[in-house]
Write a protein that binds this ligand. Structure first.
Ligand SMILES: Cc1cc2nc3c(=O)[nH]c(=O)nc-3n(C[C@H](O)[C@H](O)[C@H](O)COP(=O)(O)OP(=O)(O)OC[C@H]3O[C@@H](n4cnc5c(N)ncnc54)[C@H](O)[C@@H]3O)c2cc1C
Length: 458
C-alpha cells in the first residue's frame, strides 16, 4: 500500500495536467513543485516561461478547449506571424492545419495559465505542494509491481505506485531516475544532458511606442544570429508591452562564425553577445535611426520573472519513450517534446501530462508510449524534421527559404502551405519540399524518439 497512487515531480503544464487527469480519474495524486518566485505572481509557483504563444491547431494537439481557459489568461488574439530574414520577409496568416479555433493563434500570460492549471488540478482533488523540491527517488521494481519513494527537500518521504516525471528541461530528477534503467551509451544523462541538449532563452518585457506596437502578430528574425535554430522574436502582450526575446544553443564560440555574415554580430565581438546585448542590437537595427531605444522602449517592471527580464533553459532534444513497465512516465519538457524549431511546447506538455495522469490512474500506464505517439507523434515528427532541415542554415539559406515560403503561400489555394503543388510554384520550392519530406520519412514509425521503451531493462 503506497501513500499516494500517483506522485508528480514538477508543477508546470505537464505536471499540473497529469495531476488533474489522475485526480479526475479517481486517483490520489500529488504534485511536488520546487517553487519559483516571480514578479508577476504573489505566491510560489512553477517556473512559468512566459514567451507564451499558441497556434490554432495546438489547441487540438493539447486537447484543450479555449472556452475553458479563463479570459485573463489570453493576452492577444493573433492574425499572423512574420518571418524576417536578412533581406527577405514573409507574413504567414495560417498554419495550414485543420483547427476549430477561429484565429491564427493567441499569446497568453504563462504564470496565469499555470495558475489556472494548478487550480484545475486542485479542484479535481489533487494536492499541489509548491515550495517542495524532490531531491531523489528510489524505485523498487519487481516482476509483480513497482513502488517509488520520493525524497523531499524538507526531509520527508512519500511512496507512490506511479511516478510522473515532469521536471522540465533541466531534468535533474528524470536523469537520475532513468539512468539506472538504461545501458551504457544510452544513459539519460547523456542523451538529455542539459548543456548539450538544451538551448538558452532570454527575454525582456519592453513597452513599445504606440505607433510601433503590433498587437496581433508574432515576429521572428531568422538568419540574424548564428547557431542552430537561434533567433530573436517579439510577442505582443497587453498595453503596448511586448516580450522581446531570443533563443540560442549553449556554449557557442564566436570564432566559429564570420561576423560580417550575421546582422547581430559585430567584427570586434570577442565572445557571443549576451541575451541583453543581442536584444539591444536588434532594437537598434530595427528602430535606432528614429528612436532612442533605451528611452523609447523602456523595460516594463512587474512583468515576467524579475525586473522585466527572464532567462530560461529550453529543451531542444528529440523526445524519449518512458519505462512504463516500471510505473514511470516522463512528460513534457523533461521528455524532450518542446520543439527545437519553434520552441512551442506547452501544447505537447499538456497532452502528455493528460495521458500520463489518466493512464496511471486507470492502472494502464503501459499504454502511455503508444498513446502519446498517437496523440502528438505527427506534430513531433514535423517539428523534428523542420529542425533537422534548417540545422546548418546560413543567412542566405534563410533568405531563400523565406522567399520560397512566400511564393508557396501565394500559390496556395486550398489553405495548405506545405504541399507538392505549392512547392512546384516556387523556384527552389521542390528542392526544399523534397528535403523536408525525405527527412520526415526517415523519422517514421516513431524514429524521432531517441530512447525507446525496449532500451530500458530492470
Ligand atoms: C523562452 C521560451 C519561449 C517559449 N515559447 C513557447 C511558446 O510560445 N509556446 C509554447 O507552447 N511553448 C513555449 N515554450 C516552451 C514551454 O515553455 C515548455 O515546453 C513548457 O514549459 C514545458 O512544460 P513542462 O511542464 O514540461 O515543464 P516546465 O514548464 O519547465 O515545468 C517544470 C517544473 O518542474 C519544476 N521542477 C524542476 N525540478 C524539480 C524538482 N527537483 N522538484 C520539484 N519541482 C521541480 C520546475 O520548477 C518547473 O516549474 C517556450 C520556452 C522558452 C524557454
Amino acid at each position: 500500500m503506497t501513500d499516494v497512487d500517483v506522485a508528480v515531480v514538477g508543477g508546470g503544464p505537464a505536471g499540473s495536467t497529469a495531476a488533474y487527469a489522475a485526480a479526475e480519474a479517481g486517483a490520489d495524486a500529488v504534485v511536488y513543485e520546487k517553487g519559483v518566485p516571480r514578479d508577476d505572481r504573489e505566491r510560489l509557483g512553477p517556473d512559468s516561461t512566459d514567451a507564451a504563444g499558441f497556434l490554432d491547431y495546438w489547441l487540438d494537439v493539447a486537447d484543450l478547449d479555449v472556452e475553458d481557459v479563463p479570459e485573463d489568461v489570453v493576452e492577444q488574439e493573433l492574425v499572423d506571424a512574420e518571418f524576417i530574414g536578412p533581406s527577405e520577409r514573409v507574413t504567414v496568416d495560417r498554419t495550414g492545419i485543420d483547427s476549430d479555433y477561429e484565429h491564427f493563434g493567441f499569446t497568453f500570460h504563462r504564470a496565469k495559465f499555470d495558475d489556472w492549471l494548478r487550480e484545475r488540478a486542485e479542484a479535481a482533488g489533487a494536492r499541489y505542494e509548491a515550495g517542495t523540491s524532490v531531491t531523489g527517488v528510489d524505485s523498487q521494481l519487481s516482476g509483480t509491481g513497482h513502488e517509488h519513494t520520493l525524497h523531499l527537500g524538507d526531509g520527508e518521504t512519500v511512496t507512490a505506485e506511479y511516478l510522473v516525471l515532469a521536471d522540465g528541461p533541466q531534468r535533474q530528477v528524470t536523469m537520475r531516475v532513468l539512468d539506472p534503467l538504461l545501458p551504457e551509451g544510452k544513459q539519460a544523462s547523456e542523451v538529455l544532458s542539459p548543456p548539450s541538449a538544451n538551448h538558452i532563452a532570454y527575454q525582456e518585457y519592453r513597452r513599445f511606442p504606440e505607433e510601433l506596437f503590433d498587437d496581433d502578430s508574432l515576429k521572428f528574425w531568422w538568419g540574424w544570429m548564428p547557431g542552430e535554430t537561434a533567433y530573436p522574436w517579439v510577442f505582443p502582450n497587453r498595453d503596448n508591452v511586448a516580450r522581446v526575446g531570443l533563443t540560442m544553443p549553449i556554449g557557442l564560440d564566436v570564432e566559429d562564425f564570420d561576423a560580417s555574415e550575421w546582422r547581430l554580430l559585430r567584427e570586434d565581438d570577442e565572445k557571443i553577445p549576451s541575451g541583453s546585448e543581442y536584444i539591444r542590437r536588434l532594437l537598434e537595427e530595427l528602430y535606432g535611426d528614429e528612436y532612442d531605444v533605451e528611452a523609447d522602449f523602456p523595460l516594463a517592471n512587474g512583468h515576467g520573472k524579475s525586473k522585466g527580464t527572464e532567462t530560461y533553459p529550453i529543451s531542444s532534444t528529440r523526445p524519449i519513450e518512458s519505462p512504463v513497465e516500471a510505473g514511470i512516465a516522463v512528460a513534457g519538457g523533461a521528455m524532450g517534446t518542446t520543439s527545437a524549431f519553434h520552441e512551442g511546447g506547452d501544447h505537447v506538455a499538456h497532452r502528455t501530462g493528460l495521458l500520463a495522469g489518466r493512464l496511471a490512474a486507470e492502472g494502464r500506464l503501459e499504454d502511455y508510449n503508444d498513446a502519446w505517439h498517437d496523440a502528438i507523434g505527427e506534430e513531433l515528427k514535423r517539428n523534428v524534421a523542420m529542425a533537422d532541415v534548417v540545422s546548418d542554415f546560413d543567412p542566405d539559406d534563410w533568405d531563400d527559404t523565406i522567399h520560397v515560403t512566400r511564393e508557396m503561400l501565394a500559390a496556395s489555394d486550398d489553405g495548405q502551405i506545405i504541399s507538392k503543388s505549392n512547392a512546384r510554384s516556387a523556384a527552389g520550392g521542390l528542392k526544399l519540399y523534397g528535403k523536408y519530406r525525405k527527412t520526415k520519412f526517415g523519422l517514421r514509425k516513431g524514429r524521432y524518439a531517441q530512447l525507446r521503451e525496449s532500451d530500458y531493462s530492470f
